[in-house]
Design a protein around this ligand. Sequence first.
Ligand code: HEM
Length: 233
Amino acid sequence: MATTTLSPRARAVRSSVAMKALMAVTGLIMIGFLLMHMYGNLKVFLGAEAFDHYAHWLKGDILYPLIPSGWFIWIFRAFMLAAIVLHAASAVHLWRKANAARGSSYVTTNRLQQSYAARTMRWGGVILVGFLVFHLLQFTAQVIKTGWNSGAGPYEMFVVSFQQWWLVLAYALWMVAVCMHIRHGFWSAAATLGANTSLASRRVWNGLAYCVAVLLYVGFMIAPLAVLFGVVK
Ligand code: HEM
């Protein structure tokens, strides 16, 4: 039986393509999560009962009795954690490869040739994860209490937090980093998965990338701003 042995260069190209595909798929999974999260946050406009009920449901009986009560959230968290880890690992792999291919990263012309978006993807990603840790310590682990007392429900935590302008500002800045990352990432993912076929298709996917980023920015920030300006109390 004939066996085909790939040259080291062909193997390197194949592994880069696989890494890019992994980064694209895990990125799209996270965008899907963010769209759901954004939609869920808008329930704050329906009042305390609706928002607390929704938060309770998320941690309770989804898929019960198919799986035991309370399990869904942990399966979902494990799945999202795997997506984040794989996304970051493929980014680091591709980053290292690009640096190695460029030879010395001190060559200034190479740095200049890098697009603004590509550079902000890396540091944007790091800032994004840094604030995510704060976000989870604040709302999920509830270790950082931004104005509320122990025992406060999800609605109370939300409202008390965003009555403070500095926190709304911090979230507004974080969301700029998140949405810039998503604008470029969505477009890159579409290109990796085969959308980069013609000028017309490039225009459509690029337009769609802007729409998703703007939708997420407005959809996420509208509730904290409504709290800050007293529309939601
Ligand atoms: C203005 C923007 C945002 C607001 C106001 C917000 C608000 C919240 C709130 C209130 C919770 C707690 C829900 C609950 O446990 O009842 C939560 C959880 C969470 N948020 Fe956000 N969020 C925002 C943006 C983001 C972004 C951009 C990400 C990801 C990059 C994110 C990731 C998460 C995760 C992973 C959880 C934990 C879900 C779980 O319990 O497993 N959030 N968020």
